[in-house]
Ligand binder design. Structure first.
Ligand code: HEC
Length: 101
C-alpha cells in the first residue's frame, strides 16, 4: 500500500464513526416506515427513544420476528434488515438522540 493512503483511510474511518452516520442509515433503511417525530407506518423515534434501551433497539433491528411479542405487538410488519454491526449501532444511537424531544 502506498504510504500516503494510510492517513486518508484512517481519517475516513474516524469520520464514519460519527453519529451522522446513524442519520444516513436511517435515511437509507428506515425512513420509508419511520419518521423522527411523526407517526408513520411504524412508531416515531421520539416514542421508541422514550421507552427502549440501545440494546433493545438493536435486538429489534436484528429480528423483529422474534422480538415483537416482547415489545407488545400482536404481529410485525417491519422487514428484517441485514445491517452490519456498525450500521445497527449508529442507527440505534441516532434514535436515542430523540429521547425527550
Ligand atoms: C417496512 C417498514 C419498516 C422498515 C423499513 C423499518 N421499520 Fe421499524 N417498525 C415498523 C413497524 C410497522 C413497527 C411496529 C411493530 C412491528 O410491526 O414490528 C416497527 C417497530 C420498530 C421498533 C420497535 C418499536 C418499539 O415499540 O420500541 C424499532 C426499534 C424499529 N422499528 C426500528 C427500525 C429501524 C432502526 C429501522 C431501519 C434500520 C426500521 N425500523 C425499519 C416498520 C418498519
Amino acid at each position: 500500500m502506498k504510504k500516503w493512503l494510510v492517513p486518508i483511510i484512517l481519517f475516513s474511518s474516524f469520520l464514519s464513526a460519527d453519529d451522522l452516520d446513524g442519520k444516513k442509515v436511517f435515511e437509507t433503511y428506515c425512513w420509508g416506515c419511520h419518521h423522527q417525530t411523526a407517526v408513520a407506518f411504524g412508531p416515531p423515534f421520539t416514542e421508541i427513544a422514550a421507552k427502549r434501551t440501545r440494546e433493545e433497539i438493536e435486538a429489534y433491528i436484528i429480528s423483529p420476528e422474534s422480538m415483537y411479542k416482547a415489545f407488545g405487538y400482536k404481529r410485525t410488519a417491519m422487514s428484517q434488515l441485514n445491517l452490519n454491526d456498525k450500521e445497527r449501532e449508529s442507527v440505534a444511537k441516532y434514535i436515542l438522540l430523540y429521547k425527550g424531544k
